[in-house]
Design a protein around this ligand. Structure first.
Ligand code: GUN
Length: 296
């Protein structure tokens, strides 16, 4: 097993450190303190843990963290009214509405009511279109984190063959756009792809974002390829709950040149990139230069 293990936990800590330095300078030189508002509707335990962790790290990098917890039966008009207030609030530079929303709420309508300039998730239809046409946008956090790790490991990605397995709006599609933006030759594969293993073996960069535990095995990996595992799956094994990715780590690490583990790979980068996006939004809102190395 010769693969370099890409330490996402350490890389995320480095990114948060850089964000904190920029924030300190923004406050000292421009009197601007970036503010992130997180809206959580209902009581999904996984979402609560995630939101708490976001709030803690937001404060740690010197930003203002505002949390709005609304009951599960919140009416859509009340949620839209809250988003409208946050859109108009000059102290708030980033807005994140935690997904999934309860079934009676229209997620697309709510997400598209966020001011695109404050849409730090990059889910607003305007940001999706801007990314797809190579224009300045807010970029979804998880694929942005993957891109940062890939650039750090490879330097230039130009000309590399990238295969993204998964076509979600949150990861697969924006990941493919970002890799294309860095001049990769990009294939989007998915559950209906013919001979998926052979397609994956063509990849210099293989990004797994399918949501199926350990589906990508060593025979999908070209020797020396870089494997990025976006999956977070809870499985029962030997009577214990275990966290595994979409990649079978041992068999892939034996073949790959570099690989991200689960946990400790892509996961920690998501919140780091959320903070980076909030910083970027605060800089743009004030007509200031964007932080280098923290955007697409
Ligand atoms: N739920 C799980 N991850 C995320 C995320 O990155 N953004 C939002 N809005 N909801 C999520």
């Amino acid at each position: 097993m010769g693969a370099v293990i890409i330490d996402g936990k350490a890389f995320a800590a480095k990114v948060r450190g850089e964000v904190a330095e920029h924030v300190a300078r923004l406050v000292a030189e421009h009197g601007v303190k970036p503010g992130l508002a997180v809206v959580l509707v209902g009581e999904d335990p996984a979402s609560e843990v995630y939101v708490k962790s976001k709030g803690k790290m937001t404060v740690e990098v010197g930003m203002t963290s505002v949390e709005h917890k609304l009951p599960a039966d919140t009416a859509e008009r009340d949620l839209l009214a809250l988003v409208a207030r946050l859109n108009a609030d000059p102290e708030i530079h980033g807005i994140l509405v935690q997904l999934p929303l309860p079934a009676h709420l229209n997620s697309e309508l709510v997400i598209n009511s966020i001011d695109p300039a404050k849409d730090v998730d990059g889910f607003h239809i305007s940001n999706v279109g801007l990314l797809g046409t190579g224009q300045k946008s807010m970029v979804p956090c998880t694929p942005l984190g993957c891109l940062m790790m890939l650039r750090d490991h490879h330097g230039s990605l130009a000309g590399l063959n990238a295969v993204v397995v998964g076509r979600s709006n949150i990861v697969g599609k924006p990941m493919a756009q970002l890799l294309l933006g860095d001049s990769c030759t990009v294939t989007i594969a998915h559950s209906r792809t013919k001979d998926l293993a052979a397609v994956c073996r063509g990849a210099d960069i293989l990004v797994a974002a399918v949501g199926r535990p350990e589906m990508i095995t060593g025979d999908y990996v070209r020797p020396g390829a870089t494997v990025i595992d976006v999956g977070i799956n809870r499985i029962e094994r030997d009577g214990k709950t275990k966290l595994v990715g979409d990649v079978e780590f041992a068999s892939c690490a034996a073949v790959a040149g570099a690989i991200t583990p689960v946990p400790g790979g892509v996961g920690p980068m998501t919140i780091a990139c959320l903070l980076a996006n909030t910083l970027t939004a605060a800089c743009r809102a004030n007509g200031l230069a964007e932080p280098k190395g923290l955007t697409a």
